[in-house]
Ligand binder design. Structure first.
Ligand code: KG4
Ligand code: ZN
Length: 364
């Protein structure tokens, strides 16, 4: 029987330093370890990710994350047969750190090096634990990105819509800052929203009735700022109850936009009579329970299978990078020591670039 393939994945494109080991054999692919070292503490006092600090922290933590992933996997470093690393898009300093670290390991172990598109990592993440055949429609919704993609294969994607300004995760993070909640914004808004009643403070749903599946979130953020300012007390703060109501209203508006636009995207996808009626979601914002539930409703309405990866594979992680790297490796592809970091790297190179810049640079 041929030896199994052990692939080490590395991720450092934003503020998480991550490493994972996957095993591939005749039985399929399994995740042996997935270590994520966050940097929330480091960036907390700045209210957002500071790229220079993030890059330095990646340099300090990459070796530790790899060591921990190897230890937890039970595999020896010398048994690793492939190294995959995020080569973009993302914050350039962080991506360079990961690429350099992967090159060092590849040279030392004399094994193939594979550069992975971070967005492909997210877009293929639903397949890590579930058997999801191509093609499928996927909503990729994270801190830096928001797009509807038809995944035809592991390396061919068609974008059929996306945000024209902020990504929803970015909007959640900014909204949390406006409401005095800690970063990352998404989970903290979700928590605060549990005690709130958004109907008390309605917020707009930009572009909701415009045809197509493009989205906009920046007007919603401005509306939240106004609604908050109307409620500021003499001490320049809002009450806990207003905070919860605003959080609930904001989350509801984002969920409504994603719900409505997902319906249109799925309808459009199904018009092409694809071989599989599957709708998947991935990326950090897919960790939100309300948003997951609303997207599931969309899939049910259109008699389609809904696929959402477990929460640990929604937010940034290296298991998805190793998994996407394996697909390239299995297709006979690999990179060499000329692999370079690409801050901008759209998945669908045929579609024109969308407008706007996010925390990770130009939107793909
Ligand atoms: O995919 P990810 O870890 O990093 C990027 O590639 O951007 O996504 C991070 C984003 C952050 O903006 C964070 O606020 C958001 O995902 N997020 C959430 C939740 N958990 C993380 N947004 C809404 N609800 C959540 N539960
Ligand atoms: Zn990501």
């Amino acid at each position: 029987m041929p030896k199994p393939t052990y692939i080490l994945g590395i991720e450092s494109s934003c503020d998480d330093t991550a490493a994972a080991v996957l095993r591939q054999d005749y039985g399929g692919v399994s995740v042996l370890s997935s270590v994520v070292m966050g940097q929330d503490e480091l960036h907390r006092m700045f209210g957002g990710v500071v790229p220079e600090l993030a890059a330095r922290a990646h340099v300090e933590k990459l070796d530790l994350a790899v060591e921990e992933a190897i230890t937890q996997s039970g595999v020896k470093l010398q048994e690793i047969s492939v190294i995959a690393t995020t080569a973009g898009p993302g914050l350039i300093g962080g991506v360079v750190s990961g690429v350099m670290s992967a090159k060092g390991l590849s040279a030392a172990l004399n094994v193939p090096l594979i550069g992975v598109n971070h967005l492909a990592g997210h877009a293929l993440s639903p397949m890590i634990e579930e058997d999801v055949p191509f093609p499928y429609l996927i909503l990729l919704v994270s801190g830096g990105h928001c797009q509807f993609l038809i995944a035809h294969s592991a390396d061919r994607f068609t974008r059929i819509g996306g945000t024209i300004d902020d990504a929803p995760g970015e909007a959640f993070d900014k909204a949390a800052r406006l409401l005095g909640l800690p970063q990352p914004g998404g989970p903290n808004i979700e928590k605060a929203a549990r005690n709130g009643d958004g109907s008390r403070i309605p917020l707009p749903r930009p572009l909701l009735n415009k045809p197509g599946c493009d989205m906009s979130f920046s007007g919603l953020k401005t509306a939240l700022l106004r609604a908050r300012d109307e409620r500021l007390g003499g001490d320049n703060t809002i009450t806990a109850s207003d905070q919860a109501d605003l959080a609930e209203s904001f989350q509801g508006a984002v969920a409504d936009i994603l719900f409505e636009k997902s319906k249109r995207a799925l309808q459009r996808y199904l018009e092409e009579k694809p071989a599989h009626r599957s709708f998947a979601v991935a990326g950090g914002v897919a960790a939100n329970q309300l948003i997951r539930a609303r997207l599931q409703e969309v899939a049910e309405e259109f008699d389609s299978k809904f696929v959402a990866p477990p929460l640990k594979y929604c937010t940034d992680n290296a298991a998805m990078i190793a998994f996407a790297g394996l697909q390239r490796f299995n297709a006979g592809e690999q990179d060499d020591m000329t692999l370079s970091a690409r801050p901008r790297w759209p998945l669908d190179t045929q579609s024109p670039a969308m407008l706007g810049y996010g925390k990770k640079g130009a939107k793909a």
